[in-house]
Design a binder for this molecule. Structure first.
Ligand SMILES: *Cc1c(COP(=O)(O)O)cnc(C)c1O
Length: 381
């Protein structure tokens, strides 16, 4: 089955009791048993819910995995992965990563005795320096947020396999439409489903996809024991959103290309970060591991003045100032004060995340309108 067919059909069957073509919302917490232990596979909705099962199976198919697990947020999914570890274990993570991931690693799990190394992984060999006998997990985000660096997943896989370390990839930015880390040898794929997968800015959800049966069993145990599971209504909304994932992504990528090129040629723009540019430092890796380059773009303006940044953000009209990304509507954000405010200034600036950096999530509106919106806002500085 090809991707465009999977989004509509994988794991999805008409409801056997009624023939309903759309997966029903099983809004129930519990399930009747005929006699103790005699049930139809469902006992309690934290453990299993039929609407969630369909979504989990569909997500597993989209990532070419075997097991999907949904969580009540992307952070819930990340939390479950780190709970595979024990005190004393070490994790090597990308240094340019989602602010919430940095926060849970340093503010929550360091207190439980897990040690994190945040490093630049653009040269995968640099990871080996940090591997000890205590290293249990490598955490990769690519493209990185918000600097749009690309990490060579296959190169990291080689190192992870050599040292028998688990490799998890946060695939939120790329989506399963653009990149499938499990095919390259990663052990765990993580998604903030909130973003492109759901795609309509109306749900918060997370997911993990794995191939390995034992790993799936451990993660399912954590999912059920810790209880960060999504409700059936949200699962339904995500199933509905997924049906157009391929169409939305095509347009996000086209519009992303148009806007990135426009910004690059604008005299008031200093630097544009987008992996589709041939002069992007990891463009070749992006070309190899991604099907296209996505609709996430960051840029800075000439002079790096925070007042200019404010003016631009206040004058954009179709690009709405809001946290999050990946919805049908275009959004803009200021990472230094919004998504990445929890990362210390020195850490931020080390990776180029300066105060004037603006991040765009290019939506699926008409590209001409989006271009004009940016032109008007830039003319104000
Ligand atoms: C949003 C996001 C998360 C966290 O997901 P939530 O659904 O907001 O909990 C993790 N990683 C990346 C890359 C994200 O963009």
């Amino acid at each position: 089955m090809k991707f465009g067919t999977k989004v509509i059909h994988a794991g999805i069957k008409p409801d056997p009791s009624t023939g309903a073509i759309m997966t029903p919302i099983f809004q129930t917490s519990t399930y009747v048993q005929k006699s103790p232990g005699d049930h139809q596979g469902y006992e309690y909705s934290r453990t299993h819910n039929p609407t969630r099962t369909v979504l989990q199976d569909n997500l597993a198919a989209l990532e070419n995995g075997k097991h999907g697990l949904c969580f009540s947020s992307g952070m819930g999914a990340i939390d479950a992965v780190i709970k595979l570890l024990n005190p004393g274990d070490e994790v090597i993570s990308t240094n340019d990563l989602y602010g919430g991931s940095y926060r849970i690693f340093t503010k929550i799990f360091e207190r439980y005795g897990i040690k994190f190394h945040f490093i630049s992984m653009e040269e995968a060999v640099s990871i080996e320096k940090y591997i000890t006998e205590k290293t249990e997990l490598i955490w990769v985000e690519t493209p990185t947020n918000p600097m749009m660096n690309i990490i060579d997943i296959e190169a990291v896989v080689k190192i992870a396999q050599k040292h028998k370390v688990l490799l998890a990839v946060d695939n939120t930015f790329a989506t399963p439409y653009l990149q499938n880390p499990l095919d390259m040898g990663a052990d765990i794929v993580m998604h903030s489903v909130t973003k492109y997968i759901s795609g309509h800015s109306d749900v918060v959800m997370g997911a993990l996809v794995v191939k390995d049966d034992d790993l799936a069993e451990q993660l399912r145990f954590i999912q059920n024991s810790c209880g960060a599971t999504p409700g059936p209504q949200d699962c339904f909304l995500v199933l509905r959103g997924i049906k157009t994932l391929h169409l939305r992504m095509e347009r996000h990528c086209q519009n992303g290309k148009t806007i990135a090129a426009y910004l690059k040629n604008h005299p008031k723009v200093e630097k544009v970060y987008w992996p589709g540019f041939e002069d992007h430092p990891n463009h070749d890796v992006a070309r190899r591991q991604m099907r296209a380059f996505g609709g996430m773009i960051s840029f800075t303006t000439v002079g790096n003045r925070i007042e200019d940044t404010k003016t631009i953000l206040e004058n954009l009209h179709y690009f709405t100032l809001a946290e999050s990304l990946g919805g049908v509507e275009s959004l803009c954000g200021h990472p230094a004060s919004m998504t990445h405010a929890s990362i210390p200034v020195e850490e931020r600036e080390k990776v180029g995340l300066v105060d004037s950096l603006i991040r765009l999530s290019v939506g699926i509106e008409d590209a001409e309108d989006l271009k004009n919106d940016i032109a008007a806002a830039l003319s104000k500085i």
